[in-house]
Design a protein around this ligand. Structure first.
Ligand code: NAD
Ligand code: UGA
Length: 455
């Protein structure tokens, strides 16, 4: 194995390939993209995405065996293994709009591979795809009638943003799906040998292609389901005087349930959970599995509800009107340690606040450029401010929507002094010390907890 090519230099393609290049100095890795700006940034050793530790990994291999290019045909022709890592967003038009996966980018790449492959290759599905996409890809590959053999593997990515580098260095597992044929088994083995350079073999699972494709959608669905489950219980806690954090601890210590992904919040965000669940729902629907589809759709419904009720609670506790009131939104990224704002709950919350004619001021240490772009249509209804103290100055309320560590370390006495009174604080991440904030004078509302009010 000498040459790897990866098509798509985004949140997955860039970090994954940088890690392979770092761990396998003898393999030449070329990552390509249509987006010239992205490629230029990667190539300069300044990744176009914010991810802790990523720049160091990129720089460790850049120019040695890691290269970035816009010349996809050349990279395809030279590669032994091609990872396809393009975006597979939710379809916004036609059949399955709002649910199905938009496979146009993926299919274009399949056609490009067929056009430019001049020798046998392994083609790896790295993007998250509907189950049985490999079949469609193989049909395209076979349509050429040429003599080149293109063996399709599924190797979904499980990294989470913000922890991508540790996830890639020490993954819970790597999954490789291949066909139970001689060429399929050989290809699976070749890919396994790449990962085995730094990942213990017992963590590298091999399955058939369909299990691998479907496992990715199901893993995300199960993770998101846990968040929606605890969020549904957070509303019950608020209505009964139970505390959702105490509940998470009480149920999470049961080893059969486990403690992770039980953090109640304003809702889950990110480019994948919603899209992958809706894709699962769509697949179930098209197979006539109505109950299966309805079951999983509820995970998304609950998430939408959690975001909407956060805004409703803000309005209700601020005397049923927030028109003209300055509200400082602390955090816009969908989670801490990333600048990614795709499907961030902050989007729905800020839009909800703007619809109530509040004067919204958004602060975030890494996501303001994306926030500006995502909310451009709101015009002057929203403002952006890097400094959280400046954002909070003169505000009636703070809404914490991302659990950035820096928000825990803010000088809240100073912030309180500069705010309108009564001062409200809505903690959408349960990441602050509510008793201490209440003692400072704030009226504090958190998720799944009793209100700490002076009113
Ligand atoms: P992204 O949008 O950040 O990156 C995709 C890149 O592919 C873009 O830069 C785009 O320009 C490029 N591209 C599209 N068509 C191309 C073509 N024909 N030739 C060259 N480049 C092309 O997306 P992402 O977040 O990296 O996600 C990629 C896939 O990985 C998706 O299927 C996603 O579901 C999956 N995934 C994402 C994550 C995550 O944390 N973001 C984690 C696991 C899996
Ligand atoms: C998620 C999965 O964790 C990855 O395994 C997967 O590869 C990836 O999706 C993908 O396919 O894109 P990611 O979305 O980057 O990763 O981040 P998560 O840590 O899963 O968080 C997702 C959202 O859930 C965030 O908004 C986070 O704040 C929220 N969350 C998470 C909660 O509200 N509560 C929790 O207990 C955990």
């Amino acid at each position: 194995m000498k040459n790897i090519c990866c098509i798509g230099a985004g949140y997955v393609g860039g970090p994954t390939m940088a890690m392979i290049a770092k761990q396998c100095p003898d393999i030449r890795v070329t990552v390509t993209d249509l987006d010239e700006k992205r490629i230029a940034a990667w190539g300069a050793g300044t990744p176009p995405i914010y991810e802790p530790g990523l720049a160091e990994v990129v720089r460790s291999a850049l120019g040695r065996n890691l290269f970035f290019s816009t010349d996809t045909p050349k990279a395809i022709a030279e590669a032994d293994v091609i990872f396809v890592c393009v975006n597979t967003p939710t379809k916004t038009f036609g059949q399955g709009a709002g649910r199905a996966s938009d496979l146009q980018y993926f299919e274009k790449v399949a056609r490009q591979i067929l056009q430019h492959a001049t020798s046998d290759k392994i083609v790896v599905e790295k993007s998250t795809l509907p189950v049985r996409t490999a079949e469609a890809m193989e049909r395209i590959f076979h349509s050429g009638g040429g003599s080149v053999h293109l063996e399709v593997l599924s190797n979904p990515e499980f990294l989470a943003e913000g922890t991508a580098i540790t996830d890639l260095e020490r993954p819970d597992r790597v999954l490789i799906g291949g066909h139970e044929t001689a060429t399929g088994r050989a290809a699976r083995h070749q890919l396994l040998e790449i990962y085995a350079r730094w990942i213990p073999r017992e963590r590298i699972l091999t399955t058939n292609v369909w299990s691998s494709e479907l496992s990715k959608l199901v893993a995300n669905a199960f993770l998101a389901q846990r968040i929606s489950s605890i969020n549904s219980i957070s509303e019950l806690c608020e209505a009964t005087g139970a505390d959702v954090e105490e509940l998470s601890r009480a149920i999470g210590t049961d080893s059969r349930i486990g403690p992770k992904f039980l953090q109640a919040s304003v809702g889950f965000g990110g480019s994948c959970f919603k899209k992958d669940i809706l894709n699962l729902v769509y697949i179930a629907e098209t197979l006539g599995l109505r109950e299966v589809a309805a079951y999983w759709e509820q995970v998304v419904t609950m998430n939408d509800h959690q975001q909407a009720r956060f805004v409703r609670q803000m309005v209700a506790s601020m005397f049923n009107t927030i028109a003209g009131k300055r509200i400082a939104v602390l955090g816009f990224a969908f989670k801490a340690d990333t600048g990614d704002t795709r499907e961030s709950p902050a989007l729905a919350v800020c839009r909800g606040l703007a619809a109530e004619r509040a004067a919204v001021v958004i602060s975030d240490p890494h996501a303001l450029d994306n926030a500006r772009r995502e909310l451009a249509d709101l015009g002057p209804a929203v403002a952006f401010e890097t400094d959280p103290y400046a954002a909070a100055s003169g505000a009636h309320a703070l809404a914490v929507l991302t659990d950035w560590k820096l928000y825990r370390d803010l000088d809240f006495a100073r912030i309180f002094a500069g705010m309108e009174k009564p001062a409200f604080l809505f903690d959408g991440r349960n990441c602050l010390d509510h008793a201490a904030l209440h003692a400072l004078g704030f009226n504090v509302y958190a998720i799944g907890k009793r209100a700490w009010s002076h009113l």
